[in-house]
Design a protein around this ligand. Structure first.
Ligand code: SIN
Ligand code: CO
Length: 389
Protein backbone atom coordinates (compact mmCIF):
# COMPACT_ATOMS: atom_id res chain seq x y z
CA UNK A 1 0.00 0.00 0.00
CA UNK A 2 1.39 3.40 -1.03
CA UNK A 3 2.61 5.03 2.20
CA UNK A 4 2.32 8.60 0.90
CA UNK A 5 -1.12 8.48 -0.71
CA UNK A 6 -3.81 10.24 1.34
CA UNK A 7 -6.54 7.84 2.41
CA UNK A 8 -10.17 8.65 2.99
CA UNK A 9 -10.07 5.90 5.62
CA UNK A 10 -7.59 8.04 7.57
CA UNK A 11 -9.47 11.31 7.03
CA UNK A 12 -7.12 12.38 4.21
CA UNK A 13 -3.91 11.58 6.08
CA UNK A 14 -1.35 9.39 4.39
CA UNK A 15 -0.47 6.13 6.18
CA UNK A 16 2.95 7.64 6.94
CA UNK A 17 1.39 10.74 8.56
CA UNK A 18 -1.10 8.70 10.54
CA UNK A 19 1.61 6.35 11.85
CA UNK A 20 3.88 9.29 12.70
CA UNK A 21 1.31 11.50 14.43
CA UNK A 22 -1.48 9.28 15.84
CA UNK A 23 -0.73 5.54 15.91
CA UNK A 24 -0.11 4.45 19.52
CA UNK A 25 -0.15 8.12 20.58
CA UNK A 26 -3.47 9.91 20.30
CA UNK A 27 -7.06 9.34 19.22
CA UNK A 28 -8.33 10.36 15.80
CA UNK A 29 -11.95 10.90 14.82
CA UNK A 30 -12.47 10.35 11.11
CA UNK A 31 -15.80 11.54 9.75
CA UNK A 32 -16.93 9.41 6.81
CA UNK A 33 -13.86 7.19 6.82
CA UNK A 34 -15.95 4.86 4.64
CA UNK A 35 -18.71 6.98 3.09
CA UNK A 36 -22.01 5.20 2.65
CA UNK A 37 -20.76 2.15 4.56
CA UNK A 38 -23.33 -0.62 4.52
CA UNK A 39 -22.89 -3.26 7.17
CA UNK A 40 -22.41 -6.66 5.49
CA UNK A 41 -24.12 -8.25 8.49
CA UNK A 42 -27.45 -7.40 10.12
CA UNK A 43 -28.14 -7.31 13.85
CA UNK A 44 -30.23 -10.49 13.44
CA UNK A 45 -27.40 -12.29 11.66
CA UNK A 46 -25.01 -11.21 14.41
CA UNK A 47 -27.40 -12.58 17.02
CA UNK A 48 -27.57 -15.78 14.91
CA UNK A 49 -23.76 -16.11 15.10
CA UNK A 50 -23.92 -15.83 18.87
CA UNK A 51 -25.94 -19.08 18.95
CA UNK A 52 -23.11 -21.00 17.27
CA UNK A 53 -20.91 -23.25 19.37
CA UNK A 54 -17.60 -22.17 17.83
CA UNK A 55 -18.30 -18.43 18.02
CA UNK A 56 -17.09 -16.40 21.02
CA UNK A 57 -19.80 -13.99 22.16
CA UNK A 58 -20.81 -12.01 25.21
CA UNK A 59 -23.78 -9.96 26.33
CA UNK A 60 -23.28 -7.13 28.80
CA UNK A 61 -26.33 -5.75 30.62
CA UNK A 62 -25.90 -2.52 32.47
CA UNK A 63 -28.73 -3.31 34.91
CA UNK A 64 -28.68 -7.10 35.11
CA UNK A 65 -28.43 -9.45 38.10
CA UNK A 66 -25.61 -7.16 39.14
CA UNK A 67 -24.46 -3.86 37.64
CA UNK A 68 -22.69 -4.65 34.35
CA UNK A 69 -23.74 -8.30 34.22
CA UNK A 70 -21.67 -10.38 31.82
CA UNK A 71 -23.23 -13.38 30.07
CA UNK A 72 -21.18 -15.62 27.84
CA UNK A 73 -22.37 -17.34 24.66
CA UNK A 74 -23.24 -19.51 22.92
CA UNK A 75 -26.74 -18.24 23.59
CA UNK A 76 -30.09 -19.96 23.11
CA UNK A 77 -32.90 -18.86 20.81
CA UNK A 78 -34.83 -17.53 23.80
CA UNK A 79 -31.99 -15.31 25.12
CA UNK A 80 -32.97 -12.35 23.00
CA UNK A 81 -36.68 -12.53 23.87
CA UNK A 82 -35.83 -12.08 27.54
CA UNK A 83 -33.57 -9.06 27.24
CA UNK A 84 -34.80 -5.59 28.21
CA UNK A 85 -35.61 -2.88 25.66
CA UNK A 86 -32.43 -0.97 26.35
CA UNK A 87 -28.99 -0.76 27.97
CA UNK A 88 -27.41 -3.99 26.77
CA UNK A 89 -24.82 -4.97 24.22
CA UNK A 90 -23.97 -8.14 22.33
CA UNK A 91 -20.30 -8.52 21.36
CA UNK A 92 -19.14 -11.13 18.87
CA UNK A 93 -15.42 -11.77 18.38
CA UNK A 94 -13.56 -12.68 15.19
CA UNK A 95 -16.51 -12.18 12.85
CA UNK A 96 -13.90 -11.94 10.06
CA UNK A 97 -13.35 -15.70 10.47
CA UNK A 98 -17.01 -16.55 10.01
CA UNK A 99 -18.41 -13.99 7.54
CA UNK A 100 -16.26 -13.49 4.41
CA UNK A 101 -17.93 -10.15 3.56
CA UNK A 102 -16.88 -8.79 6.96
CA UNK A 103 -13.30 -9.94 6.36
CA UNK A 104 -13.05 -7.51 3.42
CA UNK A 105 -12.98 -4.56 5.81
CA UNK A 106 -9.60 -5.70 7.14
CA UNK A 107 -8.07 -5.20 3.68
CA UNK A 108 -8.36 -1.46 4.22
CA UNK A 109 -5.78 -1.71 7.01
CA UNK A 110 -2.94 -3.04 4.91
CA UNK A 111 -0.73 -0.11 5.89
CA UNK A 112 -0.21 -2.06 9.13
CA UNK A 113 1.30 -5.56 9.39
CA UNK A 114 -1.41 -8.20 9.06
CA UNK A 115 0.14 -10.17 11.93
CA UNK A 116 -0.61 -7.22 14.26
CA UNK A 117 -4.33 -7.45 13.52
CA UNK A 118 -6.12 -9.71 15.96
CA UNK A 119 -9.73 -9.78 14.90
CA UNK A 120 -12.83 -7.92 13.84
CA UNK A 121 -15.24 -7.75 16.75
CA UNK A 122 -18.78 -6.58 16.03
CA UNK A 123 -21.10 -5.26 18.68
CA UNK A 124 -24.82 -4.67 18.54
CA UNK A 125 -26.18 -2.31 21.17
CA UNK A 126 -29.78 -1.69 22.14
CA UNK A 127 -30.47 2.02 22.82
CA UNK A 128 -28.39 3.16 25.79
CA UNK A 129 -26.21 0.03 25.51
CA UNK A 130 -22.48 0.04 26.10
CA UNK A 131 -19.81 -1.95 27.87
CA UNK A 132 -19.04 0.70 30.48
CA UNK A 133 -16.08 3.07 30.79
CA UNK A 134 -12.86 1.11 30.34
CA UNK A 135 -9.48 1.07 28.68
CA UNK A 136 -7.87 -1.55 26.46
CA UNK A 137 -4.21 -2.44 26.20
CA UNK A 138 -4.51 -2.56 22.42
CA UNK A 139 -5.04 -0.11 19.59
CA UNK A 140 -8.49 -0.21 18.08
CA UNK A 141 -10.33 1.28 15.12
CA UNK A 142 -14.05 1.64 15.87
CA UNK A 143 -16.11 1.91 12.71
CA UNK A 144 -19.74 2.89 13.12
CA UNK A 145 -21.64 0.59 10.79
CA UNK A 146 -25.29 1.24 11.69
CA UNK A 147 -27.09 3.64 14.03
CA UNK A 148 -25.37 6.27 16.12
CA UNK A 149 -23.05 5.88 19.07
CA UNK A 150 -21.80 8.56 21.46
CA UNK A 151 -18.13 8.04 22.32
CA UNK A 152 -16.69 9.74 25.37
CA UNK A 153 -12.91 9.82 25.73
CA UNK A 154 -11.27 10.09 29.12
CA UNK A 155 -7.98 9.83 30.96
CA UNK A 156 -4.87 7.76 30.27
CA UNK A 157 -4.86 4.59 32.36
CA UNK A 158 -2.52 1.86 33.48
CA UNK A 159 -2.61 -1.15 35.79
CA UNK A 160 -2.76 1.17 38.83
CA UNK A 161 -6.01 2.82 37.62
CA UNK A 162 -8.91 2.04 39.98
CA UNK A 163 -11.52 -0.40 38.67
CA UNK A 164 -15.00 -1.28 39.90
CA UNK A 165 -15.16 -4.47 41.89
CA UNK A 166 -16.16 -7.00 39.28
CA UNK A 167 -15.04 -10.59 38.83
CA UNK A 168 -14.84 -10.48 35.07
CA UNK A 169 -15.10 -6.99 33.61
CA UNK A 170 -12.53 -4.24 33.92
CA UNK A 171 -14.75 -1.19 34.33
CA UNK A 172 -13.22 2.06 35.51
CA UNK A 173 -14.20 3.28 38.97
CA UNK A 174 -13.85 6.87 37.76
CA UNK A 175 -14.12 8.37 34.29
CA UNK A 176 -12.58 11.79 33.67
CA UNK A 177 -14.28 12.90 30.51
CA UNK A 178 -12.27 14.93 28.08
CA UNK A 179 -13.98 14.87 24.66
CA UNK A 180 -17.15 13.37 23.25
CA UNK A 181 -18.59 12.86 19.78
CA UNK A 182 -21.51 11.10 18.18
CA UNK A 183 -20.48 8.74 15.39
CA UNK A 184 -22.78 8.18 12.42
CA UNK A 185 -22.57 5.26 9.97
CA UNK A 186 -19.26 5.43 8.07
CA UNK A 187 -17.48 7.44 10.82
CA UNK A 188 -14.51 5.85 12.54
CA UNK A 189 -12.59 6.49 15.73
CA UNK A 190 -9.00 5.37 16.26
CA UNK A 191 -8.00 4.84 19.90
CA UNK A 192 -4.46 4.20 21.10
CA UNK A 193 -3.86 1.72 23.93
CA UNK A 194 -4.73 2.74 27.50
CA UNK A 195 -7.00 5.68 26.72
CA UNK A 196 -10.26 5.50 28.72
CA UNK A 197 -13.35 5.37 26.51
CA UNK A 198 -17.05 4.87 26.91
CA UNK A 199 -19.41 4.23 24.02
CA UNK A 200 -23.15 4.59 24.50
CA UNK A 201 -25.67 3.71 21.81
CA UNK A 202 -27.89 6.68 20.90
CA UNK A 203 -30.17 4.27 19.09
CA UNK A 204 -29.83 0.62 18.04
CA UNK A 205 -26.36 0.38 16.61
CA UNK A 206 -23.66 -1.84 15.15
CA UNK A 207 -20.01 -1.00 15.80
CA UNK A 208 -17.08 -2.79 14.16
CA UNK A 209 -13.82 -2.92 16.14
CA UNK A 210 -10.59 -3.77 14.39
CA UNK A 211 -8.40 -4.94 17.27
CA UNK A 212 -4.67 -5.52 17.39
CA UNK A 213 -2.38 -8.03 19.05
CA UNK A 214 0.67 -6.99 21.03
CA UNK A 215 2.37 -9.34 23.47
CA UNK A 216 3.12 -7.88 26.89
CA UNK A 217 6.77 -7.61 27.94
CA UNK A 218 6.03 -10.33 30.47
CA UNK A 219 4.68 -12.64 27.73
CA UNK A 220 7.64 -11.91 25.45
CA UNK A 221 10.18 -12.76 28.13
CA UNK A 222 8.48 -15.78 29.61
CA UNK A 223 7.43 -17.34 26.29
CA UNK A 224 10.71 -16.61 24.49
CA UNK A 225 12.81 -18.04 27.30
CA UNK A 226 10.60 -21.16 27.39
CA UNK A 227 11.12 -21.47 23.64
CA UNK A 228 14.90 -20.99 23.96
CA UNK A 229 15.04 -23.54 26.74
CA UNK A 230 14.07 -26.32 24.32
CA UNK A 231 17.33 -25.84 22.42
CA UNK A 232 19.66 -25.80 25.44
CA UNK A 233 21.28 -29.03 26.65
CA UNK A 234 20.95 -29.93 30.31
CA UNK A 235 24.73 -29.94 30.75
CA UNK A 236 25.03 -26.27 29.89
CA UNK A 237 24.94 -24.73 33.37
CA UNK A 238 26.09 -21.86 35.51
CA UNK A 239 29.85 -22.30 35.65
CA UNK A 240 32.44 -20.66 37.89
CA UNK A 241 35.50 -22.00 36.23
CA UNK A 242 38.50 -19.90 37.29
CA UNK A 243 36.77 -18.23 40.25
CA UNK A 244 38.79 -16.79 43.13
CA UNK A 245 38.63 -18.32 46.66
CA UNK A 246 35.67 -16.97 48.67
CA UNK A 247 36.16 -14.25 51.23
CA UNK A 248 32.76 -14.81 52.82
CA UNK A 249 31.20 -18.12 51.67
CA UNK A 250 27.68 -16.79 52.38
CA UNK A 251 27.90 -13.82 50.05
CA UNK A 252 26.80 -13.88 46.42
CA UNK A 253 29.37 -11.66 44.80
CA UNK A 254 29.02 -9.52 41.74
CA UNK A 255 31.32 -11.76 39.67
CA UNK A 256 28.75 -14.57 40.06
CA UNK A 257 26.10 -12.23 38.71
CA UNK A 258 28.29 -11.28 35.77
CA UNK A 259 28.82 -14.97 34.89
CA UNK A 260 25.07 -15.46 35.01
CA UNK A 261 24.52 -12.42 32.84
CA UNK A 262 27.05 -13.83 30.37
CA UNK A 263 25.02 -17.05 30.19
CA UNK A 264 21.79 -15.14 29.54
CA UNK A 265 23.35 -12.77 27.00
CA UNK A 266 24.87 -15.67 25.06
CA UNK A 267 21.39 -16.96 24.28
CA UNK A 268 18.98 -14.07 24.53
CA UNK A 269 20.64 -12.18 21.70
CA UNK A 270 20.07 -14.93 19.17
CA UNK A 271 18.13 -12.94 16.56
CA UNK A 272 17.29 -15.94 14.39
CA UNK A 273 15.66 -17.75 17.28
CA UNK A 274 13.93 -14.57 18.43
CA UNK A 275 12.46 -14.15 14.96
CA UNK A 276 11.36 -17.77 14.90
CA UNK A 277 9.67 -17.50 18.27
CA UNK A 278 8.04 -14.16 17.45
CA UNK A 279 6.67 -15.33 14.10
CA UNK A 280 5.23 -18.45 15.70
CA UNK A 281 3.74 -16.46 18.57
CA UNK A 282 2.15 -13.78 16.39
CA UNK A 283 0.61 -16.34 14.05
CA UNK A 284 -0.92 -18.47 16.76
CA UNK A 285 -4.56 -18.82 15.73
CA UNK A 286 -7.15 -17.33 18.00
CA UNK A 287 -9.08 -20.60 17.71
CA UNK A 288 -6.57 -23.41 16.99
CA UNK A 289 -9.38 -25.96 16.91
CA UNK A 290 -10.69 -24.28 13.75
CA UNK A 291 -7.45 -25.04 11.89
CA UNK A 292 -8.19 -28.74 11.47
CA UNK A 293 -6.06 -30.62 8.96
CA UNK A 294 -6.85 -33.02 6.14
CA UNK A 295 -5.27 -36.46 5.94
CA UNK A 296 -4.23 -36.52 2.30
CA UNK A 297 -1.29 -37.91 0.30
CA UNK A 298 0.88 -35.52 -1.72
CA UNK A 299 -0.05 -37.20 -5.00
CA UNK A 300 -3.75 -36.95 -4.22
CA UNK A 301 -3.38 -33.29 -3.27
CA UNK A 302 -1.71 -32.27 -6.56
CA UNK A 303 -3.90 -34.64 -8.54
CA UNK A 304 -6.92 -32.69 -7.28
CA UNK A 305 -5.27 -29.37 -8.23
CA UNK A 306 -4.47 -30.77 -11.69
CA UNK A 307 -8.16 -31.57 -12.08
CA UNK A 308 -9.12 -27.97 -11.32
CA UNK A 309 -9.64 -28.02 -7.56
CA UNK A 310 -9.05 -24.74 -5.73
CA UNK A 311 -7.26 -24.23 -2.47
CA UNK A 312 -8.31 -21.38 -0.20
CA UNK A 313 -6.82 -20.00 2.96
CA UNK A 314 -8.55 -21.20 6.12
CA UNK A 315 -9.99 -17.96 7.58
CA UNK A 316 -8.86 -19.06 11.04
CA UNK A 317 -5.23 -19.54 9.93
CA UNK A 318 -2.65 -16.79 10.42
CA UNK A 319 0.35 -16.40 8.14
CA UNK A 320 3.51 -14.30 7.91
CA UNK A 321 6.97 -14.71 6.43
CA UNK A 322 10.43 -13.39 7.07
CA UNK A 323 14.03 -13.40 5.89
CA UNK A 324 16.63 -15.42 7.81
CA UNK A 325 20.43 -15.39 7.34
CA UNK A 326 20.30 -18.57 5.32
CA UNK A 327 16.91 -18.48 3.61
CA UNK A 328 13.33 -17.54 4.32
CA UNK A 329 10.82 -18.70 6.88
CA UNK A 330 7.07 -19.13 6.71
CA UNK A 331 5.10 -18.76 9.92
CA UNK A 332 1.79 -20.44 9.76
CA UNK A 333 -0.69 -20.77 12.57
CA UNK A 334 1.93 -20.99 15.31
CA UNK A 335 4.46 -23.10 13.39
CA UNK A 336 7.51 -22.12 11.37
CA UNK A 337 9.16 -23.65 8.35
CA UNK A 338 12.59 -22.61 7.08
CA UNK A 339 12.90 -22.71 3.31
CA UNK A 340 15.35 -21.98 0.58
CA UNK A 341 15.46 -18.30 -0.48
CA UNK A 342 14.29 -19.43 -3.94
CA UNK A 343 10.82 -19.88 -2.46
CA UNK A 344 10.50 -16.25 -1.32
CA UNK A 345 7.89 -15.37 -3.97
CA UNK A 346 5.86 -18.49 -3.14
CA UNK A 347 5.79 -17.50 0.53
CA UNK A 348 4.61 -14.01 -0.42
CA UNK A 349 1.87 -15.53 -2.56
CA UNK A 350 0.79 -17.93 0.19
CA UNK A 351 0.56 -15.03 2.67
CA UNK A 352 -1.31 -12.67 0.36
CA UNK A 353 -3.49 -14.66 -2.05
CA UNK A 354 -6.94 -15.91 -1.09
CA UNK A 355 -7.06 -18.70 -3.61
CA UNK A 356 -4.52 -21.13 -5.09
CA UNK A 357 -4.84 -23.18 -8.24
CA UNK A 358 -2.74 -24.75 -10.93
CA UNK A 359 -1.99 -21.48 -12.71
CA UNK A 360 -0.81 -19.31 -9.84
CA UNK A 361 1.18 -22.21 -8.37
CA UNK A 362 2.67 -23.12 -11.78
CA UNK A 363 6.14 -21.54 -11.25
CA UNK A 364 6.74 -23.85 -8.28
CA UNK A 365 5.20 -27.11 -9.36
CA UNK A 366 8.56 -28.66 -10.32
CA UNK A 367 10.16 -27.73 -6.98
CA UNK A 368 9.96 -30.54 -4.42
CA UNK A 369 10.36 -28.24 -1.43
CA UNK A 370 7.43 -26.14 -2.69
CA UNK A 371 5.23 -29.20 -3.25
CA UNK A 372 6.02 -30.50 0.23
CA UNK A 373 5.22 -27.10 1.72
CA UNK A 374 1.83 -26.81 0.02
CA UNK A 375 1.00 -30.40 0.92
CA UNK A 376 1.91 -29.71 4.56
CA UNK A 377 -0.26 -26.61 4.68
CA UNK A 378 -3.20 -28.68 3.45
CA UNK A 379 -2.49 -31.45 5.96
CA UNK A 380 -2.15 -28.89 8.74
CA UNK A 381 -5.41 -27.14 7.74
CA UNK A 382 -4.13 -23.65 6.91
CA UNK A 383 -5.04 -24.25 3.25
CA UNK A 384 -8.28 -26.03 2.41
CA UNK A 385 -9.89 -27.37 -0.76
CA UNK A 386 -12.63 -24.92 -1.65
CA UNK A 387 -15.48 -27.41 -1.62
CA UNK A 388 -14.12 -29.58 1.13
CA UNK A 389 -16.75 -29.83 3.83
C1 SIN B 1 -18.27 -1.91 21.79
O1 SIN B 1 -18.22 -2.08 20.58
O2 SIN B 1 -19.35 -1.78 22.36
C2 SIN B 1 -17.06 -1.87 22.66
C3 SIN B 1 -15.83 -1.58 21.94
C4 SIN B 1 -14.79 -1.01 22.86
O3 SIN B 1 -15.07 -0.14 23.66
O4 SIN B 1 -13.61 -1.42 22.82
CO1 CO C 1 -12.68 -0.67 24.37
Amino acid sequence: MAPDTPLQLLGGLTPREFLRDYWQQKPLLIRQAIPGYQSPISADELAGLSLEEEVESRIILEHGDQPWELRRGPFGEDTYQQLPERDWTLLVQAVDQFVPECRELLEQFQFLPSWRIDDLMISYAAPGGGVGPHYDNYDVFLLQAEGRRRWKLGQWCDSDTALLEHDELRILAGFEQDEEFVLEPGDMLYLPPRLAHYGIAEDECLTFSVGFRAPSASEVLSHFTDFLGQFLPDEERYSDLGCAPTQDPHQIQRDALLRLKGLIDRHINNEQLLMTWFGQFMTEPRYPELVGGLDIELGECFGALAEGALLVRNPSARLAWSELDDGVVLFVSGLSRRLDGELRELLKLICSADIFYLDNLAPWLDNDEALTLIHELVKQGSLEFANDE
